[in-house]
Design a protein. Structure first.
Length: 525
């Protein structure tokens, strides 16, 4: 039995999750005597739900006939950030954004839109304590939401390391907690974030394929509570009714019920083809939606989801140049090889299929044999170069060959790779783009305890970084004949990582800058 009204209210908060905002309106109205009809009108909840709330509060209500009052009153909430103040803050944060990448369909939202999104979500849903995930966040919605509701648990997934760095640095400067994770959603959602979110927000590429992919990933990220939501943006322009019908068709296909659609809610500095604005959709998963589950094979998208660049819908497939293919296969050695990616002259595994199956293997409770036999020869050219580093980290192979756009070569020079791999660029004919990179695991003795621990972290892709670091410390101590407990290892990590946040992610889910800081913290004397 509940001992006081605060305990009963906390129970209602847990039960109603995002929808506690409506319950809070019931509580506020109960500060004065109110009939059920008054509570329905104040909250917008159906009578049956209002009666259920009153049932939970019954021991603490003062009831006189049809009127009820809760003497303790509603929970006190801090005053919200004002629209003008938030818009000014978002303008300052947006000024530091890296330049937009046209191949990723980046079109910046106005600071007013950034603020309006956060204020709308915070006014409609109880975000204090809720897990909010942004799939792609060039518009800094995560920082806007965290500014309005610091109690929300924010996470961001993006393919652009520069954006993740800007969000991380800005959040730290504002004293806000935001988990930043790298992912190319065409490959997979970071498994560490699957089934964790109460609310997912996304402004996807404005193609049907892009929208479908991001909504599939949003469903996979949701935590099934019965109150979860997806908020997404999409623009069609007033003459594109076919596109609007396609939106409805995709929602039906994914079993997403449209709860609200706010026309022209988002404004952009650009996107003139759609009137420089888009609509905001709010959806709830219906029965049959794959909440917290990986997508079916039929729902997986191909690599072409954008409106511009090499991954645009209209772009033509590219073949791996003959000299590059020859150099890559030669670097793989004389044994069997598994070809991965597009453009091969012969059978190959698609990059999304390879990455998904290897990620599932790495994160399995009891991983069996590696899902592919032979040396992986992976083509990430022309538009998946950011995945090259993560493809190596997730598989932790004995040997691999990567075909990488030259602009992503620096990704493979991380100091942490050197403790386990010899990385070398292989001559591949004139032009030099794409580049061919060989990664061969070496067996040289680590130069000290730090390198030994870091090598353990690199070669255990299934463990989250804090756990891999702890287990590496224990393994090194055991090899040296020194006793060490798990608590002692955790204390060592807490001291070494005092200035480095350790998000609950795996190495291949981390932004490149976080990987560098992690390596520096582990190697520090």
């Amino acid at each position: 039995m509940m001992s006081d009204p605060a305990e009963a209210i906390d129970g209602l908060r847990r039960t109603w999750s995002l929808d506690f905002r409506s319950v809070a309106r019931v509580l506020a109205r109960l500060a004065e005597p109110a009939a059920i009809a008054d509570l329905v009108a104040a909250s917008g909840l159906p009578r049956r739900n209002v009666e259920a709330v009153l049932g939970e509060l019954a021991p603490f209500l003062e009831s006189h006939g049809e009127h009820h009052r809760l003497p303790a009153g509603a929970p006190v909430e801090p005053p919200p950030v004002g629209p003008q103040e938030l818009t000014e803050r978002m303008a300052e944060l947006a000024a530091g954004l890296p330049p937009s990448r046209w191949r990723l369909d980046h079109v910046p939202a106005t600071p007013g839109t950034m603020a309006r999104r956060a204020l709308h979500l915070a006014s409609e849903y109880a975000l204090d304590g809720a897990s909010v995930l942004c799939l792609g966040d060039h518009d800094l919605t995560s920082l806007a939401v965290a500014s309005v509701e610091p109690g929300a648990q924010l996470a961001v997934v993006d393919i652009d390391d520069r954006i993740l760095d800007h969000i991380g640095e800005s959040a730290a400067g504002l004293g806000l907690a935001v988990t930043a994770a790298w992912a190319d959603l065409r490959l997979c959602l970071p498994p560490s974030l699957a089934g964790t979110a109460d609310l997912v927000f996304t402004d996807p590429p404005y193609t049907t394929e892009g929208m479908r992919l991001f909504l599939v990933r949003a469903l996979e990220a949701l935590r099934p509570t019965g109150h979860e939501r997806i908020a997404f943006c999409f623009g069609t322009g007033e003459r594109h009714l076919v596109k609007a019908l396609e939106v409805q068709a995709v929602l039906g296909e994914l079993r997403l019920a449209l709860e609200a659609m706010l026309p022209g809610f988002n404004r952009y500095a650009g996107a003139e083809a759609i009137g420089a604005r888009s609509d905001l959709y709010i959806c709830r998963p219906a029965t049959g939606a794959r909440v917290g589950e990986p997508p079916r094979r039929s729902a997986r998208a191909g690599p072409r989801i954008y409106t511009r660049g090499p991954s645009a819908l209209e772009s033509l497939p590219r073949t791996v140049p003959e000299a590059v293919a020859g150099a890559a296969l030669a670097a793989a050695g004389d044994g069997p090889a598994v070809l991965v990616g597009d453009g091969w002259d012969g059978p190959a595994v698609s990059l999304p299929d390879y990455f998904r199956r290897v990620a599932a293997w790495a994160t399995a409770a009891r991983p069996g044999p590696f899902p592919f036999s032979g040396v992986p020869v992976v083509n990430t050219h022309p538009d998946s170069g950011a995945a090259a580093l993560r493809t190596l980290l997730v598989a932790a192979p004995e040997r691999a060959v990567l075909i990488v756009p030259r602009r992503h070569l620096d990704d493979l020079t991380l100091p942490m790779l050197a403790v386990a791999y010899d990385i070398a660029t292989v001559p591949a004919g004139p032009g030099g783009d794409p580049a061919v990179v060989s990664a061969v695991r070496h067996d040289r003795a680590p130069a000290g305890e730090g390198e030994a621990v870091l090598r353990h972290v690199v070669l255990h892709p299934g463990a989250k970084v804090a756990n891999a670091w702890r287990d590496g410390l224990l393994a090194v101590a055991r090899a040296a004949g020194r006793p060490m407990t798990k608590n002692e290892a955790r204390a060592r990590i807490a001291e070494a990582a005092a200035s480095t946040a350790l998000p609950p992610l795996r190495t291949w889910e981390l932004p490149a800058s976080t990987l560098r800081r992690l390596a520096a913290a582990i190697l520090a004397p």
